[in-house]
Design a protein around this ligand. Structure first.
Ligand SMILES: Nc1ncnc2c1ncn2[C@@H]1O[C@H](COP(=O)(O)OP(=O)(O)O)[C@@H](O)[C@H]1O
Ligand SMILES: [Mg+2]
Length: 256
């Protein structure tokens, strides 16, 4: 197979970890994602942007397996994954956070992250090992001071840390982040950017959906733009963000 992933980083033999070919989702006749094809390469950060309703979350739902594509094919590490339910994709290493976070509210931070450690790629872990690994990810995300707090007592930024710790405890190869910076202030956004960079340093491949363009610029190796379910641009972040079609897609929305 050829290696079309040569990019600004100068990598020559990058392996696609994810391949999407002609992915389409129709909801009762309306096309939300329309024949989208793209690839992701090991250890890269791909920014996924587009106006509200563009189809970003729907695309991520099809990758994580909570929605079935109407058409098209998804491959992870070269293998078709379309027939696999979400938990089997998680075992392969595809993990996601949710735009609306869903911690187990009555459980502590440690218990929440331990659940992630038990059900992810390291799924054969026994409880003691899962709790140890959970504690490591709680440290990594800067949440150790709240390890025994109930999940529903956490403030916004700590909830985001919990969501990251849960996802990381599943030992993802590919992490899908859906608008994790929504509602954060400038300082908190910086902290999350640093945390995402740290995750990449650990070898994780990351798809970032974000409205905070500064974050997209600072994190992404490449950017993919969806508009009305279609891919309208893909490539180098600076070039894509200046692309007239992309500017118009955003400005067009704002004027409405
Ligand atoms: N379960 C669903 N049933 C019907 N329509 C849906 C469903 N989920 C998403 N949509 C529609 O698909 C389009 C894309 O939505 P979404 O993927 O959430 O966009 P984004 O995340 O880019 O804001 C929207 O028009 C939305 O109303
Ligand atoms: Mg969305």
């Amino acid at each position: 197979m050829s290696a079309p992933g040569e990019n600004a980083a100068g990598a020559t033999t990058r392996i696609p970890i994810l391949q999407a070919e002609g992915i389409t989702k129709r909801f009762s006749g309306l096309v939300s994602v329309n024949r989208v094809s793209f690839e992701m390469y090991e250890n890269e950060i791909l920014g996924l942007i587009g106006p509200n309703g563009a189809g970003k979350t729907t695309l991520v739902n099809m990758i994580s397996g909570t929605l079935k594509p109407s058409d098209g094919e998804l491959r992870f590490e070269g293998q078709p994954i379309d027939a696999l339910p979400p938990y089997q994709r998680a075992h392969l290493g595809i993990c996601r956070t949710f735009q609306v976070m869903k911690p187990f509210p009555g459980m502590s931070v440690l218990e929440n992250v331990t659940v992630g450690a038990l059900f992810g790629r390291g799924g054969e872990k026994v409880m003691a090992k899962a709790r140890r690994s959970a504690r490591e990810w709680i440290d990594f995300t800067g949440l150790s001071h709240r390890v025994d707090a109930r999940a529903d007592s956490l403030g916004g930024p700590d909830r985001k840390r919990l969501e990251f710790a849960k996802a990381l405890a599943m030992e993802p190869k590919l992490l899908l982040l859906d608008e994790v910076m929504a509602g954060l202030n400038a300082v908190e956004v910086e902290e999350v950017i640093e945390l995402i960079k740290k995750m990449r340093e650990r070898g994780v491949t990351i798809l970032v959906i974000e409205h905070v363009i500064k974050a997209i610029r600072s994190l992404s190796d490449r950017v993919l733009v969806l508009h009305h379910g279609e891919k309208i641009a893909e490539g180098d972040p600076a070039a894509v963000l200046e692309d007239p079609r992309v500017v118009e897609a955003y400005l067009g929305r704002r004027r409405q």
